[in-house]
Write a protein that binds this ligand. Structure first.
Ligand code: FAD
Length: 439
């Protein structure tokens, strides 16, 4: 059995510790923040997030899916709010059982940490910040509340998110380490729709709400207490942007113009807007994700993606399943295990990064159009008519475990076939009309 030092007990860190603990490995998990059970999760990240098939599968493999999902709220489709306040519901899939689930980040984080701690060979150390990693020795240098310390393992796994300190050490110390970060011109800020009377939901509970406004949008996901967490995705800079909308009057005017049906549901809008931080949206690609059998990266530390496909955490959970399989298959060779894990995941999360950016344009711009709604209906009709043969891209990404790159390629082929068939049908109709008129 190996000794693993894990850095970061976020969503993927907790789950990975549970996977490694189950195999009997000795795991020391170091987290810079406080224990989330103390109830002071750092703000600025999404309070709730959508978990779907890939993430649920990873939880099922270690028997904690029911525990994690007990308070999750199924969202069966998109509820589009246009400017006049009119609503259009578009189901995610023909099969109503296929839904995404709104889940609280804090409660999910606690569930995975507790699952890890059920194994006596897993120890979690909060308030330990990784400063640097000695890659050759697999030693982490940590800052604690009282000073500094070091943690040594057979291998260090960086599960410390998009701004990973473990990855930073690799960047600095590995020749030709490839690194690319790409920020969107948009940031996000979270706002709240509080519960109605008796903890009821003031909008449709089982939907992901979208206010698409072409270059920007707001979305809202339901919480178990009857509230919704809204997220405004908006340009940082520009004539109308976070930068130029500063006074309460500006904010009120902007929301009344753009989201008039939401304003009466947001009594703390001005306060939320003033107080809550603005997050940035980054895509991170790097390679390789490992150094010999000593260091490895997983989750956002290896591949942060923008949140518009609701897959960042799902992909990070899928990483845990794959790394666990590779460590089992190559139990006598850590470097081969890390290499196989990297090769199985890299192409797929690169494909996901592109899909996620593409879906931002779809959500903020296209979901409002009749053409988009018609395309979704055609997609669902084809899926129903050709079960198992035609699968819409969203279905493949969200409701199957097909590798992301395979899903993206298959969708391109399907689209080509559908458009070619449409053109052929159109040409046949034109020829038939010409023949009919000429006759
Ligand atoms: C607005 C928004 C909405 C999102 N919505 C969804 C969604 O609906 N569905 C979905 O699947 N994904 C979503 N995501 C993506 C998801 O949040 C991430 O992919 C997921 O949190 C990645 O998990 P992780 O464990 O790799 O990283 P994190 O959750 O970021 O955890 C990293 C952990 O490492 C700790 N850490 C960092 N640095 C150090 C250090 N130096 N030393 C010690 N500890 C450290 C951090 O404190 C943290 O606990 C969303 C992201 C955003 C920003």
């Amino acid at each position: 059995m190996a000794k693993f030092v894990l850095i970061g007990s976020g969503l993927a860190g907790g789950l990975l510790a549970a996977y490694l603990g189950r195999r009997g490995h000795e795991v020391n998990l170091y987290e810079r923040g406080a224990d989330p059970r103390e109830g002071n999760m750092v703000g600025g990240r999404s309070i709730n997030l959508a978990i779907s098939t890939r993430g649920i599968h990873a939880l099922e493999q270690i028997g904690i899916a029911n525990e994690a999902l007990q308070h999750a709220i199924p969202m069966r489709g998109r509820m589009i709010h246009d400017k006049s306040g009119e609503l259009h519901f578009a189901p995610y899939d023909v099969d109503p059982k296929n839904c995404i689930n709104s889940i609280g980040r804090a409660s999910l984080n606690i569930t995975v940490i507790q699952a890890a701690q059920r194994h006596p060979n897993v120890r979690v150390h909060f308030n330990h910040k990784c400063l640097d990693v000695d890659l050759n020795e697999a030693v982490c240098h940590l800052e604690t509340r009282t000073g500094t310390s070091a943690a040594r393992g057979d291998a260090v796994i960086g599960v410390d998110g998009a701004f990973s300190a473990v990855r930073k050490s690799m960047q600095l110390k590995i020749n030709n380490f490839q690194y690319d970060e790409n920020y969107l011109a948009h940031g996000y800020r979270e706002l709240t729709i509080p519960p109605g009377s008796n903890g009821s939901w003031r909008m449709e509970k089982n939907a992901l709400h979208i206010w698409p406004r072409k270059s920007f949008m707001m979305i809202a996901l339901p919480n178990p207490d009857g509230s919704f967490t809204c997220t405004l995705f908006w340009e940082f800079e520009g004539p109308r942007s976070f930068a130029t909308t500063n006074t309460d009057d500006d904010v009120q005017r902007f929301f009344e113009e753009e989201f008039p049906d939401a304003v009466p549901l947001m009594p703390t809008l001005l306060e939320d807007f003033r107080i809550n931080p603005t997050g940035s949206l980054v895509t991170i690609r790097c390679a390789p994700w490992y150094y010999r059998d000593k260091v490895c990266l997983l989750g956002d530390a290896a591949h942060a993606v923008v949140p518009f496909y609701g897959q960042g955490m799902n992909a990070a959970f899928e990483d845990c399943v794959v790394l666990d399989e590779c460590l089992e298959t190559f139990s006598d060779n850590g470097e081969r295990a890390f290499d196989h894990y990297f090769r199985r995941r890299k192409e797929n999360v690169d494909a996901l990064a592109d899909l996620a950016i593409g879906n931002f344009i779809e959500m903020r711009d296209k979901t409002a159009s009749k053409t988009f709604r018609a395309k979704k209906k055609v997609d669902h009709a084809l899926e129903a008519a050709l079960p198992g043969i035609y699968l819409p891209l969203y279905t493949m990404v969200t409701f199957t475990r097909l590798p992301y790159a395979t899903a993206a390629k298959r969708a391109r082929v399907q689209d080509l076939l559908v458009y070619t068939s449409a053109v052929i049908v159109f040409l046949i109709l034109v020829l038939a009309m010409v023949w009919f008129v000429a006759r």
